[in-house]
Design a protein around this ligand. Structure first.
Ligand SMILES: NC(=O)c1ccc[n+]([C@@H]2O[C@H](COP(=O)([O-])OP(=O)(O)OC[C@H]3O[C@@H](n4cnc5c(N)ncnc54)[C@H](OP(=O)(O)O)[C@@H]3O)[C@@H](O)[C@H]2O)c1
Length: 277
């Protein structure tokens, strides 16, 4: 299958990571578009692409345009792009959001033969060049009709990723699941570091120690189901220790409530394992 040429609108976290990974995988990144001229030019120069200062015109420069802009911008940008489109023939556009289906691109889909889809990396990308390291191994949720569907599946495989079908999936629930997996553990880690510092640990020891602890838990989860991997007082039934934690958290009632909720869900998780045994 011939590799489509790529345009990326939005050289932010996800757009830059995917742009770099596609470039490394041998794709031609023909154009970068966006609103900040410096960000657009920097990524375009790095990937040998044309820098487009008007994001809407980017679509004419490549076979496949990736809208890597915030979720709330997708529909308005797609609407803008329709006015700048010279020819729909042979072009396709996808967005990267896991929270919206391809209806967000309907102004473009209404342009005759222009194909639209969703290409959602089930991954978390930071700012900066290091983000590309997270691309390999990523699961990519795909919603598109053939032949764009096959093209996106191949794109995911060329990125050393795993494509899966997003059509018919409840996207609100699916995206909430992704937020539970990637975002809230980060919020919980921030709370853990703050508590460890309040307890008296030096800040750097707290940050490194707690982050290594989280990495250990993730490591265990690579091979074990959550019910098998879970450790700690709530899963062991050490209620005395749980009560001491709740007492120590009394000064922050909201955090104490969060701890209690998580302890209850952890007990449930452990009891499910026992029931299955
Ligand atoms: N980051 C992740 O971990 C991740 C993972 C999976 C999916 N996604 C999806 O990827 C998409 C982008 O998210 P992100 O985290 O990469 O966001 P981001 O880092 O904030 O980057 C957004 C990019 O869009 C540009 N932009 C913002 N408003 C614009 C507009 N009105 N017109 C043109 N360009 C505009 C920004 O311009 P500036 O350069 O001026 O800031 C920036 O380059 C979202 O749909 C998100 O759901 C993100």
């Amino acid at each position: 299958m011939q590799k489509p040429t790529i345009a990326i609108i939005g050289p932010g976290r996800a757009g830059s990571a995917l742009g770099r990974a596609l470039y490394q995988a041998g794709y031609t990144v023909a154009a970068i578009g966006g609103r900040n001229p410096d960000n657009v030019r920097n990524l375009a120069d790095e990937l040998g692409a044309k820098a487009c200062q008007s994001p809407a015109t980017t679509i004419d420069l490549a076979d496949l345009t990736i809208l890597a802009v915030p979720d709330d911008v997708i529909l308005s940008l797609a609407t803008e792009m329709v006015d700048s489109l010279c020819s729909a023939a042979g072009h396709a556009a996808v967005h990267l959001s896991g929270a919206q289906n391809r209806a967000a691109l309907r102004p473009l889909a209404q342009q005759g033969s222009l194909r639209t889809g969703v290409f959602h990396p089930l991954q978390t990308f930071r700012r900066g060049a290091e983000a590309v390291q997270n691309v390999a191994g990523t699961y990519f949720g795909i919603e598109a009709d053939p032949p764009l569907r096959e093209q996106l599946m191949q794109l995911a495989r060329d990125l050393h990723g795993h494509p899966f079908d997003l059509s018919g999936i409840d996207l609100a629930l699916y995206h909430a699941a992704a937020v539970f997996a990637a975002n809230y553990p980060t919020t919980l880690l921030a709370e853990a570091i703050t508590l460890a510092v309040e307890a008296g640990l030096p800040a750097e020891t707290a940050r490194q120690g707690m982050t290594t602890l989280l990495a250990g838990a993730v490591n265990n989860l690579r091979e074990l189901a959550p019910a098998e991997a879970i450790t700690g007082p709530a899963s062991r039934g050490d209620q005395g220790t749980v009560e001491r934690h709740l007492e120590a958290l009394k000064r922050d009632p909201q955090l104490q409530r969060l701890y209690r909720l998580l302890a209850d869900r952890t007990k449930l998780l452990s009891s499910n394992k026992e029931a299955a045994a």
